[in-house]
Design a protein around this ligand. Structure first.
Ligand SMILES: [Fe+2]
Length: 274
């Protein structure tokens, strides 16, 4: 299997192509439709699938351009978000979702099988696709961060996705986020825990990646060691929040069912206003 990382020229997104040994390919959230089409043609891939992780326009906005060039490709999206994708593409000659999937389903791409995982919170029906140790996670988790909950999201649900899904996946899982906010995220984390050694090394790597216009990537295991959204049960993080942001932590407690959720919510709201 081959994974290609593409950097959008029309937005600050990254999008991805995966292909089996025979060159049968899937595009994931190809926002930059023209680049996606050109890339598929130049490499001689046979585009079978167009996968969408969630309904936001910066993830589905390239669908029509791709489908005009490759009408035989099938559009697959999560059953929760698919109706909102269809609403956006109700015009003449436009195509919506061909097939909906949800957690536990499998998507076949030639010899490659992708597992669908429900990862709601950034949007109500956000899904991720996993194959081997690769996780195409859309806007659920970022290097040093988490998806925002501003446009249809819910921090309580995003917390559950982090606790019950992301923290349970194997630590060697490499994730492919839809954006690279790593530099800003690491700087934000250092505003809570100054001189956290792992955050400082991520910041250096993220700056080097940004200089090279390359997507900064880590594993879920590495995120567990420094990303505050993955450390809702870490007493050191809670201490730092209580010391520096006591009021916000208390406000988060009032909205939360558990202390762990309060920590997660507090980090989310601090990042919203940072
Ligand atoms: Fe999004």
């Amino acid at each position: 299997m081959n994974v290609e990382i593409l950097r959008s020229t029309v937005s600050d997104n990254y999008f991805f192509l995966i292909a089996d040994e025979q060159g049968r390919a899937a595009l994931i959230d190809p926002i930059d439709g023209e680049q996606a089409v050109e890339f598929v043609k130049r490499h001689g891939y046979e585009l079978k699938l167009l996968l969408n992780t969630h309904f936001h326009p910066d993830h589905v906005g390239g669908n029509q351009t791709v489908l005009q060039a490759f009408p035989e490709a099938r559009v697959i999206a999560g059953s929760g978000d698919a109706p909102v994708i269809d609403q956006q593409f109700g015009g003449a000659g436009q195509r919506g979702v061909d097939e909906t999937v949800s957690g536990g389903d499998e998507v076949q791409l030639g010899q490659v099988v992708l597992e669908v995982i429900d990862t709601p919170g950034h949007t109500p029906g956000h899904i991720s696709f996993r194959v081997e140790h690769h996780l195409f996670s859309g806007d659920t988790i970022f290097v040093g961060g988490a998806g925002n909950c501003r446009f249809g999201g819910d921090p309580a649900i995003l917390f559950e996705t982090f606790r019950d899904v992301l923290r349970e996946l194997p630590p060697e899982t490499v994730f492919y986020p839809g954006h690279d906010y790593a530099v800003r995220n690491a700087q934000f984390l250092l505003s809570i825990e100054a001189e956290h050694p792992e955050t400082m090394s991520v910041l250096e790597e993220a700056k080097a990646a940004a200089d090279d216009e390359r997507l900064m990537q880590t594993t879920l295991g590495r995120e567990r060691t420094y990303n505050a959204f993955m450390r809702f049960d870490d007493p050191k993080l809670k201490q730092a929040l209580a010391a520096g942001f006591g009021e916000q932590l208390q406000a988060s407690r009032e909205l939360s069912d558990s202390e762990e959720e309060a920590v997660f919510r507090c980090v989310r709201s601090l990042r919203n206003n940072w």
